[in-house]
Design a protein around this ligand. Structure first.
Ligand code: UGA
Length: 414
């Protein structure tokens, strides 16, 4: 095994995946340089500020600060480095396909600046064949005549449990068509002491999409069964219990509600359907998963409209706006679409969230009321929608809800 402190790792992109990856490698004793084009983020990180909301990350950033460098200077970042982890965003394009421009911008910088043999690892979620294309691209743009290897190393961390998901991951997937790359990557991961899945580039790329799409499918499946339960008078929670105890099914990702959100499931399911179709295969199950999820976010509004002839001027309290608890992320949060729709119906919105009100105010400006305490919502509203299962919300004293009409979008208020 190599001496960790002698190995230089460069992580490109200080978003969720990049920052957590960098801090975890630093925690294992490696010297890590983080490169990002966003000067403000780099400045804040250099000032010791953790730029994402993630339990225990700030403490770990501070504990490992002597091994972490944050910079916008690509020349410095790629000088003399042994491993490069590409962790830049791969957002959704309008047609549902994956926007690889950040990946190729990074490939350009790498081709310009690497000056010794290194392993280039793509951690960003990218369509099948991207690793091979990036390899060709770098080869044809390389300024210094150095050898490099390409490997795919998808990540499976969830926001809110990102550190545990990385340091105690259920598996480390390494995909490469080159044995040396695999050995080199294993050398830096061996200290994590976790099971490996070793495969080729295309398989590794597809594995990531298969995992996210399967989880998304479980959610859409249980949401449809829950909708049917409402019609037929059956109990979804007993069904979940009965299903979950069958170890072939498992009890995870079977909580019904207003559907999945966040930066991954929606984008990845759409990208998978798109590149599968381009390859000549229609993925019918994943397509249905997407359709079900899109209508599921309006399920509470449908219920509300059945109960009230008009929503105009109704005061509606929103408890929780992030796409899930323990994150401040509002990307693709169902709450945004729900509030939009309620505003269209001319309802008055009073929103509470323990961490995301500031970000929410950038979306809705003065169109809604922002309540720093749950009590403020309850004071103004008799109709309450629970949109994120934050502990603070789940634990509300039930006496306070006695006279309220609660629409539970996360099946968490039982
Ligand atoms: C997801 C995957 O779980 C990670 O394994 C993956 O690495 C990550 O995407 C990624 O590709 O980067 P994340 O988006 O952080 O992680 O969040 P999840 O915990 O998976 O939740 C996604 C959404 O599904 C949330 O809106 C959540 O509320 C919803 N959900 C989850 C349900 O509606 N029901 C459930 O039973 C579980």
């Amino acid at each position: 095994m190599q001496t960790n402190s002698k190995v230089k790792i460069t992580v490109v992109g200080v978003g969720y995946v990049g920052l957590v990856t960098a801090i975890c490698f630093a925690h294992k004793g490696y010297k890590v340089t983080c490169l990002d084009i966003n000067e403000e983020k780099i400045k804040r990180l250099n000032d010791g500020e953790c730029i994402i909301y993630e339990p225990e990350l700030e403490e770990m950033l501070s504990e490992n600060k002597e091994r972490l460098t944050f910079t916008t200077d690509a020349c410095l970042a790629f000088n003399d480095c042994d491993y490069i982890f590409i962790c830049v965003g791969t957002p959704e394009k309008e047609d549902g396909s994956c926007d690889l421009s950040f990946v190729y911008n990074t490939a350009d910088l790498i081709a310009n600046y690497i000056n010794k043999e290194c392993v280039i690892v793509i951690k960003s979620t990218v369509p099948v064949c991207t690793n091979e294309k990036v390899e060709e691209y770098i080869k044809s743009h390389l300024v210094n005549d150095v050898k490099f290897y390409i490997a795919s190393n998808p990540e499976f961390l969830s926001q809110g449990s990102a550190l545990k998901d990385t340091l105690e991951a259920s598996r480390i997937v390494i995909g490469s068509n080159d044995k040396i790359a695999i050995e080199k990557l294993k050398a830096i991961y061996d200290s994590f002491n976790l099971p490996y899945v070793i495969t080729n580039l295309r398989t590794s790329e597809l594995m990531k999409y298969a995992c996210n799409s399967f989880l998304a499918t479980k959610i859409s499946f249980i949401n449809e069964i829950a909708n049917l339960c409402d019609i037929l008078g059956a109990d979804i929670n007993d069904i979940r219990l009965g299903m979950g105890l069958d170890s072939r099914i498992g009890n995870k990702f079977l909580n019904p509600g207003i559907g999945y959100g966040g930066s991954c499931f929606s984008k990845d399911t759409k990208a998978l359907v798109k590149f599968a179709s381009e390859a000549g295969y229609e993925l019918r199950i994943v397509s249905s998963t997407i359709d079900v999820n899109e209508s599921q976010r309006y399920i509470l509004i449908d219920k509300l409209k059945k109960d009230f002839s008009s929503l105009e001027n109704l005061n509606i309290g929103i408890l929780g706006v992030t796409y899930k608890p323990n994150t401040n992320d509002l990307r693709d949060a169902p709450s945004i679409d729900i509030i939009d729709k309620l505003l269209e119906e001319r309802a008055n919105i009073y929103a509470y969230d323990p961490v995301a009100l500031n970000d929410l105010s950038k979306v809705f400006k003065d169109k809604i009321y922002y309540c720093p305490r749950i009590e403020d919502v309850l004071e103004h509203c008799d109709i309450i929608m629970v949109l994120t299962e934050w502990k603070q919300i789940v634990d509300i004293d039930r006496k306070l809800l006695k006279d309220k009409i609660v629409y539970d979008g996360r099946n968490c208020m039982r």
